[in-house]
Design a binder for this molecule. Structure first.
Ligand code: GLC
Length: 622
């Protein structure tokens, strides 16, 4: 209590920066933001306050005027809520239309538009798509990740969006979990460090007018559920839970993260969205999180059987903004939420103090971001979407994310002037598989998923000499004359619970392709596109060289940079690699009984005498 009062007093006198030496980590540039928020709060009606606590999916807002009618504080585009024409210009028009409605309200409080920009601005056509977090985890490169997220922020802001539901700072402990690829790795320290770097990239050193609001998610324990079941139950004592799943949020809080998304999962049978101890006592009071808590997608509906009781439990637990995907006639919708919440406040089930705290947190973030002064984003940023300098940063991420697991007789790097280079596996020319889930569609999709990307096959064609013949044989039926063979195998795109898998064996068809290639007698390098380590069985033995490429995104030339030795492999495993399905369950959080096939941190490189070509990626910011 006094801590908060003292900070408020300091901030109002702008002294907070002078006391940076104290344990106050000033996270706000605008020392007046909280007093501005208080002044506005004092003018607001209950309806206006409730409206700020509501975030509605754009697909549910059939009538955009409801933004004005209900004083909505935020609109989102969930995984699949893209405008039909998915261009940056159409997105900018869509978000501006919603903002225009918000600015017609009595107090003209701007809204924040949010999207799942989880590996670049992955909802829109032509964006630069970065490696998913598991690949960024393999880079172990916080500075690079900060630069990557700054690029993502520019592309997000280029479409009028100022809020990204990222970084995911899950500590994925069981690779059967369909969201393993959204986690930087299995170590809370690595996840904490890289998550904070992502926050700095999105928001800048402090929340300000160039920030895209970051959203550390999903608090907490999403990556520790039993058997890796998405939205399941994480079972362990509090000390383990804190060490593994709560401490990774500290670096993001220190970096000034302005929002945190609460997780669907439960801890020891209690839903996170109803856990006042963790949300209020631990996260807000003990850890000093000053931003606001947003729910996940209709997550409060899972708390119980009575929606009004769900609302009371979640808001009283510490939720400040509720994500509501449903519109009129679609289940628990935003009009129902607003009526029920007002009713609960009137009945004294939720205190005005709690409502004021929630709204103050939301308004303070909006003031720090300068959206009151400028609710629009810079159209010059729209022009930078998909730009060469943006793609160069993503290409660097791809290069650094690749983990070389095997390189018999130094098969790699390949020569660019090989006579015949065979490429096997349809994934070699499939941008959708290369990008994975959360790409244009929630689940992603195979095929040419978006414009502007470079598949591995296209990158190979750009890299080899003019007298090299590239033989593309997806099914491996035409390999007779190959001097070397690249086999590309992996997982089809998926997201969230759709990716939960109990059997992580490499697909039999993929194993057959590798064996078929090897049978020719030519050296074989296998490239694996996957959201997690897979059980490789004999396929590792059969391959002369093996690269874990994770889900690299649109910049396939980052892979050829390594295959041809212009860049030495630098990636290190961000999590252990299991021998077989019996080693998958790490949810017990104890060290696995048996040693893994490859330990966390494993990664080969080329011989020391390999001279990597110097890469001068344009420094994005001086
Ligand atoms: C999803 C995810 C969350 C995402 C949200 C909005 O269900 O759990 O990561 O940010 O809904 O799309």
């Amino acid at each position: 209590m006094y801590h908060h009062f003292f900070r408020q007093t300091l901030q109002s006198f702008g002294l907070v920066g002078l006391l940076a030496g104290f344990n106050f980590t000033p996270t706000y540039l605008h020392a007046s933001a909280s007093s501005d928020a208080d002044a506005l709060l004092a003018q607001m009606t209950l309806d206006e306050k409730i409206g700020q606590m509501v975030q509605v999916d754009s697909a549910a807002l059939k009538d955009k005027a409801d933004v004005r009618k209900y004083f909505l504080g935020s609109v989102l585009s969930g995984g699949g809520s893209d405008p039909a024409d998915n261009s940056p210009a159409t997105w900018k028009k869509l978000t501006d239309e919603f903002q225009a409605q918000a600015l017609q309200t009595r107090l003209k409080i701007p809204l924040l538009y949010g999207v799942d920009a989880v590996h670049g601005h992955n909802n829109i056509d032509g964006a630069v798509i970065f490696p998913h977090h598991i690949g960024l985890g393999a880079t172990h490169d916080a500075k690079l990740i900060e630069r990557a997220e700054r690029v993502a922020a520019e592309e997000v802001a280029g479409t009028g969006v100022r809020w990204a539901f990222a970084p995911c700072i899950a500590v994925a402990r069981d690779v059967r979990w369909g969201r393993t690829y959204e986690s930087f790795g299995s170590s809370p320290e690595l996840v904490g460090e890289l998550g904070a770097a992502a926050v700095r990239g999105l928001q800048g050193e402090v929340l300000g007018k160039n920030s895209v609001l970051a959203c550390a998610k999903h608090f907490a324990g999403d990556g520790g559920t039993t058997n890796g079941q998405d939205e399941g139950d994480t079972v362990c004592d509090e000390a383990t839970f804190r060490k593994m799943f709560v401490t990774p949020y500290e670096p993001s809080i220190k970096a000034g993260v302005g929002s945190i998304m609460v997780s669907f999962n439960s801890w020891n049978g209690v839903k996170m969205h109803g856990n006042k101890h963790l949300l209020t006592e631990v996260l807000k009071s003990e850890m000093g999180f000053q931003g606001f808590l947003v729910s996940d997608w209709a997550a409060i509906d899972q708390l119980g059987t009575n929606y009004q009781a769900d609302i009371e439990m979640s808001i009283n637990a510490g939720l400040d903004m509720i994500m509501i995907p449903a519109g009129p006639g679609e289940g628990h919708n935003y009009a129902e939420f607003i009526a029920d919440l007002k009713d609960s406040i009137t009945l004294g089930k939720i205190s005005p103090t709690r409502i004021d705290d929630a709204v103050r947190r939301i308004l303070t973030v909006k003031y720090q971001m300068g959206v009151f002064e400028n609710p629009w984003t810079d159209p010059a940023l729209t022009a930078k979407i998909g730009s060469p300098e943006h793609r160069a940063v993503a290409r660097e991420c791809v290069r650094e994310s690749l983990v070389l697991l095997k390189n018999e007789q130094q098969m790699l790097p390949l020569k660019k002037d090989l006579k015949h280079l065979a490429v096997v596996g349809s994934a070699a020319d499939d941008l959708g598989i290369q990008c994975g889930g959360w790409t244009i569609d929630w689940q992603g999709k195979v095929g040419n998923v978006m414009s502007g990307g470079t598949t591995l096959l296209a990158a190979l064609k750009k890299s080899v000499s003019t007298n090299t013949e590239i033989i593309y044989s997806p099914d491996g039926s035409d390999l007779k004359s190959a001097d070397a063979i690249i086999v590309v195998v992996g997982e089809p795109p998926y997201a969230e619970m759709k990716g939960d898998r109990a059997d992580l064996n490499l697909a039999a068809a993929d194993a057959d392709l590798i064996a078929k290639a090897k049978a020719t007698g030519a050296p074989v390098v296998t490239l694996l596109y996957s959201g997690r380590p897979l059980v490789l069985g004999k396929s590792l033995e059969t391959s002369d060289a093996f690269i874990a490429a994770w889900l690299p995104g649109t910049e396939g030339e980052g892979i050829t940079d390594v295959l041809f030795g212009d860049f030495k492999p630098a990636g290190k495993l961000p999590r252990p690699w299991p021998h077989d399905n019996s080693e998958l369950n790490c949810a017990a959080f104890a060290a696995p009984a048996t040693s893994p096939l490859f330990a966390s941190g494993f990664g080969l490189t080329y011989d020391a005498d390999m001279k990597p070509k110097e890469f001068k990626t344009a420094a994005l910011h001086e």
